[in-house]
Design a protein around this ligand. Sequence first.
Ligand SMILES: [Ca+2]
Length: 197
Amino acid sequence: MQKVIMVFVMVIAFLLSAPIQASAFTNGSFESGLAGWENYNVDVGSWWLPSHGSYCVDLSGMSAGWVRQSFSTNPGSTYAVSFDMAGNMYSSPTIKTMVVDILDASSVSLYSQQYTFNTTGWSGANASSFNGWEYHSLLFTATSDITTLKFTSLINTAYGPSIDNVQVYTTTIPEPSCMFLFVMALAVCLFKVLSKI
Ligand SMILES: [Ca+2]
């Protein structure tokens, strides 16, 4: 029986340690510029050290801008979103603010939250060695087959909040076919273990 428990623990540990990237979400690190993102009045660059790869986004081009991306989701499934936030440290305001919105296919809000980043201690003088990125994560449950993730700057200057390394993961096993295969594999595994007890 201990072996059976061990197998269950290993399977659960595997599922928890292997989140599945949402397949339709793309270019979350902005390494391909703004490909895949609808956008308004933002800049892609490397004015400070990005958190991932060579590029990040300043959400205030000349004034407050935004980026958004729509991706496939399974209604009822829960997803995790993670991103890194910083701010344009070359000029005021010191506190950079943005809103993260998640909208379903009918533009109904599934999530809306304000985030801030304090640029104190950072400036153009030390931007090339910047390591102050702050990691954030959130969960939402999809209600339609298309969901939109949007980042909106609330800083109406050319020195706005910055994001990089946006990722969207499924946290459940949404496909019935996947679940069937998983259960079958688990059954075979258990049968082999039980046959040796
Ligand atoms: Ca990047």
